[in-house]
Structure formats: C-alpha cells, structure tokens
Design a binder for this molecule. Structure first.
Ligand code: ACO
Length: 380
C-alpha cells in the first residue's frame, strides 16, 4: 500500500464506489429506487423499454418518444450474420457464454465502435438491448437443431422473444410476465457486473467491451447464476414435507441455499415480492397448476426458519433469484438460459451506467495490499 491509502473491507463490502442517478438499494429498508421511482411504482406499470429509456435519458418517454424508440429498437432486433455465425459456433456452450461471445461481435456492426460520445453510447445501448433476446432465442433454437426464427418488429421485446423461442405468439399475460421480470432486474446499484462494466468504461473503453465484461461477471452463481439451481432444488425437494431435512443436509455439508442471502439486503429483497406475484399469476392464469408455486412458498418459509436458526444474525432472506426461477420456468424457458435472460434485462442498466461513467470520465483504479515476500534474489 502506498501513500495514505487505507485498506478497503474484504469484497469492498459497504464501500461507496460511485455516485449514480440510476438506482439506489436500501438494504435495511428493503427498498429499490430506479431512476427516481420505487420498484413497485414501475414494475408491471411501465414496459421494459420505457424503463430502459428512463435510465438512458433520465425521464420516462412521452408517447412520441416511446413510439420512436420502439420503431428503432424493432429494426435493431435483427442480428447480423457474423453474430449468428458465432452463436452457431457456440451452440454447445451455455447460453450465457454464447451471449458473451456474440455480444462481442456487435461492435462490428457499429459505424465507429470506439466512439464513446453520448449519441454513440445511446445508439449502442439501443442496439445491445434490442439484440440480446434475439441472440438467446437463436441459440435456443440452434441447440435443438432448429433454424432461428427471425424477429418480428410488431411485438413487444418480451413477446417477440417468446415468439422467437416457441414459434408462436405468446399469451399477453406471459409476455407481460417476462416484461415485468426484465423491468424488475433492470438495475441494482453497484452490483458486481455493473461495477465490472463501469471499471471497463472508466478507461474510456467502449460500450460493447464494457457490456461484454459485465456478462462475464454476471454468470457466476454468487451473482446471476442462481435461478437454475433454485429450480433444481425445488425439483429435488419434491414435496413441502421434505424441505427441512433437505435444507439442513445442505447446510451440514457446507453448501449455500440458492436464492437466499444478499450482500446489501438484510431484509427481504423487494424484487422477490414483485416476482412472487408474477409467478403466482403465471401459475394460475397460464399453467393452471399451482403445485410448484405452493411448493416454492413452503420451501421458502422452511428455508428462512432453518437459516435463521443455523446462521443467527446473518439476516439471510429471500433474494430476487428465488422467484425468478419460477417465473422463467412458467414461460417454458430452459433453466440453462436463466442467467442469460437476466442479462437481457440488466443490459439496459449496464448501458446506462456506461453512459454515466463516460460522462464522469474518471479512471477507476484502486490499489492493492501486497502480502507476498520481499527482497528475494534470483539464484542464477
Ligand atoms: N445459504 C447458506 N448460508 C449462506 C447463504 C446461503 N444462501 N448466504 C450466505 N450464507 C452464510 C455464509 O456461509 C456465511 O456464513 P458464516 O459467516 O457462518 O461463514 C454468512 O452467511 C455470510 O456470507 P457471505 O458470503 O459473507 O455473505 P455475502 O454478503 O458475501 O453473500 C451472497 C451474498 C453471495 C448472495 C450469498 O448470500 C450467497 O451465496 N447466496 C446464495 C447464492 C444466490 O442466491 N445468489 C444470488 C444473489 S442475488 C443477485 O446477485 C442477483
């Protein structure tokens, strides 16, 4: 450590690393503010593209702005052939890895990929957000040996995604569920992937590079990779009566229960409430089968009780990933794609942070504490 630098807590826990107008996580009150609005004010009440525009342009779009945005992003949904070639080459990779590789190719489709001016950043934000669902749908189709279904411009981003995956127009309730999910996860303070993206942008690197790096940070199970395992857990538990023994065994073997705990929230993650409602609606209106939802509720209650007993004072509560698993499963989407679907929502937030970081134009460059040996001599 040099000069007057002081060591930060492990994992930068509790450190304020940036100022942002984009979102605020109040971990003690269980509140999430997005662009000035409480999550509950936005989720299910504005569409995902409206929420994206709020973050990119600092206000909810009026009717004309929204119509223009939808038209632009509708056209942008079509991905270039070089991107589809990479998706094809990555057909055996996990969807999140295919997305990361395909995302990197999108800079080839920009007039000047190194342009980090506000208009260029906004154009790249629209392009990335419009294309992520197309990439994931194409990967899903190719991985079952089917050709990708070209996007439709007349459907919402979420409805078009479900159409490209399933080959038929979705029920409006299903499309709204996915749209609400994407809005719910659009931004979340200085989470690991957003921080990674901001670090990259702080070097005056471009938006596609920053977003590609952010995808790499999101995929880990401690961040966005938990909903797949949540579903596995529910399937393995099978019935409410077996939950307690299962959770106790996992904890005894030193494993974490996916969908619980959060670095910032010490109370229930407000996103879990929003998504629990969506999951419940999907189970009734679309699946006509409440069994998995009821099992999830029972497993949640048992897990919270056992965690409180096994890890007193840690305040381990339900996080966003728990009900995400149910929502995405109810849409007929494969668990392997869940983290990539998270990226489809979060990409709008990452782009907004890149815009903000480029405007701030200050290099993020902390120091490290050297704990290795000193004074070694080369024995030659
Ligand atoms: N199950 C069991 N124990 C847990 C869990 C969990 N889900 N989460 C934390 N703990 C325990 C740890 O073992 C540790 O116990 P110890 O002090 O006795 O050793 C204590 O709680 C504190 O854990 P940390 O790792 O220091 O907490 P941190 O704030 O770093 O972790 C995290 C947050 C990574 C989300 C963690 O709670 C976790 O691994 N959860 C499961 C994975 C998950 O759901 N990820 C999605 C997070 S939401 C998102 O990023 C979108």
């Amino acid at each position: 450590m040099s000069g007057t630098a002081t060591p930060a807590p492990r994992g930068l826990d509790g450190v304020v690393a940036a100022s942002t107008r984009l979102s605020h996580v109040d971990g003690l009150a269980g509140r999430l503010i997005i662009g000035g609005y409480e999550l509950q004010e936005l989720a299910g009440r504005v569409s995902f593209d409206e929420a994206a525009s709020l973050l990119w342009r600092d206000h909810l779009p009026d009717a004309d702005e929204l119509a223009m945005l939808r038209q632009e992003m509708g056209i942008l949904r079509h991905v270039p052939s070089q991107t589809l070639s990479v998706v094809r080459a990555a057909v055996r990779a996990r969807p999140i890895d295919a997305l990361r590789m395909a995302c990197a190719t999108l800079s080839l489709d920009l007039p000047n990929a190194d342009d980090i001016s506000p208009p260029a950043d906004l154009a790249a934000a629209k392009m990335l957000t419009a294309r992520f669902p197309t990439i994931i749908a194409a990967h899903a189709r190719m991985s079952i040996g089917e050709p990708p279904i070209p996007p439709r411009e007349d459907l919402s981003l979420a409805a078009n995604f479900l159409y490209m995956v399933h080959g038929r127009e979705p029920d409006p309730i299903a499309a709204r569920a996915l749209d609400t999910y994407w809005t719910t996860v659009i931004d979340h303070g200085m989470n690991a992937s957003t921080f990674a993206g901001r670090v990259i942008a702080s070097t005056r690197s471009d938006m596609v590079s920053a977003v590609t790096g952010a995808i790499g940070a999101l995929k880990g199970p401690l961040h966005g990779g938990a909903p797949g395992p949540v579903l596995d857990m529910l399937v393995e538990i099978g019935e409410a009566g077996k939950a307690e023994a299962w959770v106790r065994r996992e904890l005894a073997e030193g494993r974490r229960i996916m969908g619980f705990g959060h670095r910032v929230y010490k109370v229930r993650d407000p996103r879990a409430d929003v998504l629990a409602k969506v999951a419940e609606q999907m189970s009734g209106a679309i699946l006509h089968d409440r069994q998995l939802f009821e099992l999830a509720r029972a497993v949640e209650q048992t897990t919270l009780r056992v965690l409180e007993e096994a890890k007193p004072g840690r305040n381990l509560r339900t996080n966003v990933e728990f009900y995400t698993a149910l929502v995405l499963q109810s849409l007929g989407l494969h668990p392997a794609s869940f983290v990539a679907l998270f990226a489809c929502g979060r990409v709008a937030g990452w782009c907004a942070h890149v815009i903000e970081q480029h405007a701030e134009d200050h290099l993020i460059r902390p120091q490290s504490e050297y704990i290795g040996p000193k004074g070694l001599k080369v024995a030659r």
